[in-house]
Design a protein around this ligand. Structure first.
Ligand code: 26Q
Length: 833
């Protein structure tokens, strides 16, 4: 019985009255030595940076922990409403430097380490990324919980503790090779395991019905194969405000009887294997940033997250209010990060009906008043659907509940549109066909009080397109919440030199009110300020160059235009359009068309989903083109193309301060928002972009003069579809023709004939959904405007300042304030500092 309750009902000690830990240099140094020497048993002869990192992290963690307790107590006292952010991904990156910044001890700790002969930068770099996410959606969750803590909102993040995060990418012969990311290999000092809060999760079995004392039919879900979900908590500090919230990640383990059953039957090895099967559930993050349909393990992951988190919340509720749920919806709400945790709608119904014996109507009212759904994609093929057969097998009780939700919902649709059979079929939670499927987005819409997109255009297109029927039925549910990024990590921590210049100029209020950056605008005509801005930008570029030189052995020219596209590799994001432009520049150099040339370094980075063949071919193409260009002496410093391997959060922290130009070139109407665009803008890069996602709002903020716009609009793309003729466009554009000829001639794959045929054909097809060829000319023209602006250093610097100054809207503090004011309605909980 490892977690039996203490016999004494009241402990005779209290840890809340402990004196606070000091944060002076001496306190930090002493604690560091104690951890390093006593706890870790290392001395000054140990050459491993890891233990130094670990000892320092424990020093910082202790200081977070005491604030964490205080926040918990303050929240409990107020009995306030709470929100829960349910997400299959939290792409946290590194913790140490962020924790130091938010605690306000970064300077003191740097000095303490310096005094001990240690370099803080090296320690920060020793930490592995917590890569528990694919890209935008996962990083957004991480920025959100940072802002919630900074705004002192009582919000808990719930997710999964994957043993293996996003794979690590290496490039071998130009191709992506994936390696598993065993990020926990050296332990994780930031997490605390809380076995006392484990939850039991059911799978399989069947349901049985019986009539209870009051004559009501009750359902039992029996003969299930249960597993345990064990929470691991991480402290999420707000920015220098005493608040520390919680990120709770679940790990799957076997139940004790799981082992015993098999063991009693004499099958020891089987029982150990069974334990493994249970632990497999949270073993690995699915590395697709679009849907990979139908994998049973993924559904098990989703259910584990939903069920464990809801049981956790309900347990606390029942502990305080018994089975009185009348106030539950007023005190709790769940924000669903895409449809991935949307099984929570059915699971909350199950828990309220079967475990807490509420009536259907009461349970449904509570569910619909507590769940809110955020959509992150417009691609219809990326909407999650689960086969009804699989659902019945794994989660029979949940399938029954979904059928019941659907029956009642379709009755409502029928009443609204009598006789409209087609609409009923369109809106049903169950898609008919060879095989029935559950449409998870529809479950999320029907079961929640809010549906939001993540940028203005995206939210509008959801209402007019993908979810139009639902919008007609419930227009009041639909809303927009434009994404953001946290300025602490994405400006203060990653670009301390720029942050310092900003603070010296306008004060430090911008850290918690990013709209104050606007004050920088009055300095665009101040020569001294502009000079310093330019110098800081150049220094950031040099830092990036040094880092890449050390990592890749390439040497880049600090005076070249740093043109950067880092994001997942996807056809709709059009890394191919970028490559076409690079080949065009190369062709110009080879033709001698280099009058008035602007030197350029094009940096492209990103991971391809392991099963996405086209994306992998695009990586190979980038690397092959890079090889030809970078080894051509005639090209020299005029043009470089570099693929940045293993793009991840900690890489972006080094890349975004050193970028001049941010490439946001998705086909209009396809990128829901984009958030990399915001990080670049905040750090003073200029954007070349289409009218897509949040680009539109970025352009609105900076003004047309400070944004390089190109490409078809979303309507134009849609109108082009039935008469798109890329062959005609190519034949009428000599530059483009030459680019395609170079590709087709095998110039970039001389020893690998035919390698890129699929890629070239996809662009030349009249059915190319991403209409890459259609935007080529406009893209090249926009790039010429970029060059003209870049050649005028003063003009470029002004534009850079204006971009940073107008990035205030794109703080997640603003985004979260909107979620809170319009959807969650939480009261901030002030914690004594
Ligand atoms: C689903 C089912 C099975 C396996 C994987 C998945 C899966 C996993 C991750 C599907 C989608 C994702 C991630 C999507 C994502 O990151 N979307 C991005 O979200 C950002 C934050 O809102 C937006 O800025 C981007 O535009 C959007 O592409």
């Amino acid at each position: 019985m490892p977690h039996r309750r203490l016999k004494k009902s009241e402990p005779v000690f209290s840890i809340t009255t402990l004196p606070d830990l000091g944060i002076d240099i001496k306190d930090i140094e002493d604690d560091f030595k104690r951890y390093y020497g006593h706890r870790l048993g290392r001395d000054e002869n140990c050459r491993s940076v890891h233990y130094v990192y670990e000892a320092l992290s424990m020093v910082i963690r202790d200081r977070l922990t005491e604030r964490w307790k205080k926040t918990y107590i303050a929240c409990k006292k107020q009995d306030c409403k709470k929100a829960y952010y349910l997400s299959m991904e939290f792409l946290m990156g590194r913790t140490l430097s962020n924790a130091m910044l938010n605690l306000g001890v970064d300077d003191v700790v740097s000095q303490a380490m310096y005094d001990l002969g240690l370099d803080i930068e090296e320690l920060i770099d020793a930490e592995p990324d917590a890569g528990l996410g694919n890209g935008g959606l996962g990083r957004l969750a991480a920025c959100f919980i940072d802002s919630c803590a900074t705004l002192q909102l009582p919000v808990t993040g719930y997710g999964l503790r994957y043993e293996y995060g996003m794979f690590s990418q290496t490039i071998v012969n130009g191709e992506q090779v994936e390696e598993p990311d065993h990020w926990l290999r050296n332990g994780n000092v930031w997490e605390i395991e809380r076995l006392e809060y484990k939850q039991r999760i059911k799978f399989g079995g069947h349901t049985e019905r019986h009539i209870d004392k009051e004559g009501i039919t009750r359902v039992s879900w029996v003969d299930t194969h249960d597993i345990l979900a064990v929470p691991f908590d991480t402290a999420i500090p707000g920015y220098q405000n005493g608040t520390v919230n919680t990120l709770r990640l679940w790990k799957a383990t076997a139940t004790e009887e799981f082992d015993l059953q098999e063991f009693n039957a004499g099958d020891y090895a089987e029982s150990v294997a069974a334990k493994n099967t249970a632990e497999n559930i949270t073993m690995v993050l699915y590395p697709n940033d679009a849907n990979e349909n139908g994998k049973a393990l993924r559904l098990q992951q989703q259910y584990l997250l939903a069920s464990a988190s809801l049981q956790d919340v309900l347990e606390v509720w029942v502990g305080r209010h018994g089975n009185d749920f009348s106030n539950f919806a007023a005190k709790n709400c769940f924000q669903l990060n895409d449809t991935h945790p949307s099984i929570a709608v059915a699971e909350l119904m199950r828990l309220l009906l079967d475990n807490h014996e509420l009536s259907w109507d009461d349970a449904w009212t509570i569910t619909r008043n507590t769940m809110a759904y955020t959509n992150h994609t417009l691609l219809p093929e990326a909407l999650e659907r689960w086969s009804v057969d699989l659902f019945k097998q794994l989660l029979p009780r949940l399938m029954e509940i979904i059928f019941e939700i659907n029956a009642r919902f379709l009755a409502e649709v029928s009443a609204h549109w009598p006789g409209d059979k087609a609409r009923i079929a369109r809106m049903s939670l169950i898609e008919e066909g060879d095989q029935q499927h559950v449409r998870m987005a529809y479950l999320a819409i029907v079961g929640s009080y809010s549906v939001n997109g993540v940028a203005e255009l995206h939210s509008k297109l959801l209402q007019q397109g993908l979810f139009h029927d639902f919008y007609q039925l419930w227009p009041e549910k639909f809303n927009n919440k434009t994404n953001g990024v946290t300025p602490r990590r994405w400006l203060a921590a990653c670009n301390p030199e720029l942050a310092e210049l900003i603070t010296e100029t306008i004060g430090d209020g911008w850290l918690t009110d990013l709209s104050l950056l606007k004050k920088l605008e009055i300095y665009v005509d101040d020569k001294a300020f502009c000079k310093r801005w330019y110098e800081v930008q150049q220094a950031a570029k040099q830092k990036l160059i040094d880092y890449k030189k050390q990592e890749l052995g390439v040497d880049l020219n600090v005076n070249a235009l740093f043109d950067v596209q880092v994001k997942r590799i996807h056809e709709y994001k059009r890394q191919l359009l970028n490559v076409l432009h690079v080949i065009h520049l190369y062709d110009r150099i080879k033709r001698g068309d280099t009058a008035n040339w602007t030197d350029r370094c094009v940096l492209i980075g990103g991971k391809a989903a392991p099963g996405y063949h086209m994306a992998k071919k695009i990586i190979k193409l980038i690397n092959n083109v890079s090889h030809v260009i970078n080894h051509d002496p005639e090209v020299g410093n005029k043009l470089k193309l570099v693929f940045l391997p293993n793009y991840r959060v900690s890489a972006m922290e080094k890349i975004c301060p050193g970028a001049d130009l941010s490439e946001q070139i998705s086909t209009a109407g396809k990128e829901a928002s984009g958030t990399g665009n915001m990080k670049f803008m905040m750090n003073g890069a200029l954007t070349i972009g289409t009218l897509d996602g949040a680009n539109i709002e970025i352009r609105e903020e900076v003004g047309d003069d400070n944004f390089f716009l190109f490409g078809l609009t979303e309507d134009q793309v849609e109108n082009l579809r039935d008469h798109y003729n890329p062959a005609a466009i190519i034949s009428q554009d000599e530059d483009l023709q030459r680019v395609i000829n170079l590709l087709e001639s095998g110039h970039f794959n001389q020893f690998e004939p035919g390698l890129f045929d699929g890629v070239i054909d996809s662009m030349k097809s009249p059915h190319d959904p991403w209409v890459t060829i259609a935007d080529f000319r406009s893209f090249v023209d926009a790039q010429k405007r970029v060059e003209a602006a870049f050649q005028d250093k003063d003009r470029w610097t002004k534009m850079s300042i204006i971009n940073c100054a107008n990035s205030g809207k794109f703080s997640t503090d603003r985004t979260i304030a909107e979620y809170n004011n319009e959807l969650w309605k939480l009261t901030p909980v002030h914690v004594a500092k």
